[in-house]
Design a protein around this ligand. Structure first.
Ligand code: NDP
Length: 450
């Protein structure tokens, strides 16, 4: 049987673009359909614009720090519209680069929403297209709970495009996006209230990081309220009026939900084509990304394993190697380092202390709490904290965590060591880079008393 394409990819985000490009490099005839903009969540409405806003928001603190180093900082002001316009121009540039990369690789880009209509067939705007292999890389989408008036709320998608900076914003959620945007708006001078339904934000992270992040965010002026949720949202003359679960009332210019993201599989035709989904709508795949239908694969957030861009890229690459490169490759999901661009940022790899205690008979915990050198003259009270978790029997470092200046940059290198299974003795044998915060990772000598 002949097909229109060897590979048809649905979704030109991080995973889909990598898979398309590598498969085309192996000589496959590849098309990728994208209903919105090439680049996907990370480039268009996620990691990239978010990080630009994090940089922008940090200047308020940097101006204060500068004074401690002898600078006189004149009057400052911040122009939200200017920032958003400049951010949009950068996203346009990156979108163009992604299109160019695909085109140069010989991948055909098809604008429009593709729906799977069979094991080897998709439909785009009524046009039937056949392919030997179909790759589903459609990502995820913010999910909002069923709260009366939820239509008045925004998500991070809209937050990146607001015409005016909300002077008062309520952020609902306690995960990655909630803490990152709380820091962004706080740094830009908005009054931020963050509501989290549980006891402590950042569930799943090491407890010491969770508590320290919450403390630092509160010190910076974020009104973090835990054990609370929104019961009802109403439109108010100049924003929204929220009734909380304790019957208290909040008024704000905007309420932003960051309550998780769900796989984008609705209306994609997957179940009719025989592709098994889990109860959250995620595509179920084997170690190579293959679904319950032999000719259909999936990578990235749509599989709801680890919702991180670099993981989707690895999965997309492994898929192309497996199916078109003749090298079956199963992407690893262990010891994946990640960073949260909260203020201060978090870098983490491997197990949290509680997960390590559950997994190993005995562990040792090494920690260091210190004031980053920049803050000595800079005057900020923000502290940094590093932590290593070691399996006592093997001496292997099974978890490394940091909160503080540059944690995101530092954890990448530490991630290599943890992934390589290095021992605490090997960490200790490494000469420190001085003066730095990173050096704490090779200087912690005395385990914490249990
Ligand atoms: P997360 O899963 O990180 O956090 C969701 C938060 O919303 C949790 O605190 C959760 O609470 C809360 N929540 C869920 N449902 C409700 C509800 N009905 N009412 C109130 N609160 C609720 O999701 P995010 O949306 O923050 O981010 C999605 C994913 O995107 C992340 O998991 C991450 O993988 C990825 N991401 C990564 C980034 C990075 O690498 N820096 C940046 C941004 C996103 P509870 O803890 O009680 O479940």
């Amino acid at each position: 049987m002949t097909f229109d394409y060897d590979l048809f990819v649905i979704g030109a985000g991080s995973g889909g673009v990598r898979a398309s490009r590598i498969a085309a490099g192996f000589g496959a005839k590849v098309a990728v359909a994208e209903e919105f903009r090439v680049g996907g969540t990370c480039v268009i409405r996620g990691c990239v614009p978010k990080k630009l806003l994090v940089y922008a928001s940090h200047f308020s603190e940097d101006f204060e720090t500068a004074k401690g180093f002898g600078w006189t900082v004149g009057e400052t002001s911040f122009d939200w519209a200017e920032l958003i316009a400049r951010k949009d121009a950068e996203i346009d540039r990156l979108n163009g680069l992604y299109i160019q990369t695909l085109t140069n690789a010989g991948v055909e880009i098809i604008d429009g929403r593709a729906v799977v209509t069979g094991p080897n067939e998709v439909s785009v705007g009524g046009r039937r297209i056949t392919a030997k292999t179909i790759l589903v890389a459609v990502g995820g989408w913010p999910q909002m709970p069923h709260v009366p008036g939820i239509e008045h709320a925004i998500t991070s998608n809209e937050a990146l495009h607001l015409e005016k900076q909300p002077k008062r914003i309520v952020i609902v959620g306690g995960g990655y996006i909630a803490v990152e945007f709380a820091g962004i708006f706080n740094g830009m001078g908005s009054d931020v209230i963050q509501l989290y339904r549980g006891e402590q934000i950042m569930r799943g992270f090491d407890d010491d990081l969770r508590h320290r992040l919450a403390d630092e965010m509160v010190k910076k002026g974020i009104d973090l309220r835990t054990g609370l949720n929104v019961a009802r949202i109403e439109k108010a003359a100049d924003g929204v009026r929220l009734t909380l679960t304790d019957d208290s009332i909040l008024e704000a210019d905007a309420v932003m939900y960051a309550t998780g993201r769900v796989p984008n599989t609705k209306g994609l035709g997957l179940e009719d084509a025989g592709v098994a989904l889990d109860e959250n709508g995620a595509v179920i795949v084997d170690g190579y990304g293959k679904t319950s239908v032999d000719s259909i694969y999936a990578v990235g957030d749509v599989t709801d394993r680890i919702q991180l861009t670099p993981v989707a890229i690895k999965e997309g690459h492994a898929f192309a190697l497996t199916v078109f490169g003749g090298t079956p490759t199963s992407p690893e999901h262990d010891a994946v380092p990640s960073a949260v661009f909260s203020q201060p940022p978090i870098g983490t790899v491997g197990l949290s202390e509680s997960d390590a205690r559950a997994k190993y008979d005995a562990i040792e915990v090494f920690e260091s709490d210190f004031r980053p050198m920049k803050h000595t003259l800079g005057g900020a009270t923000e502290r940094a904290y590093t932590k290593l978790i070691v399996d006592k029997a093997s001496d292997k470092v099974v978890g490394a965590h940091m909160i503080g200046l540059d944690a995101a940059e530092i954890i990448q290198g530490i991630g290599i060591a943890v992934r390589a299974g290095l021992t605490k003795a090997q960490f200790d044998a490494t000469v420190a880079v001085h003066p730095s915060s990173a050096e704490e990772f090779v200087l912690m000598r005395t385990p914490r008393a249990d």
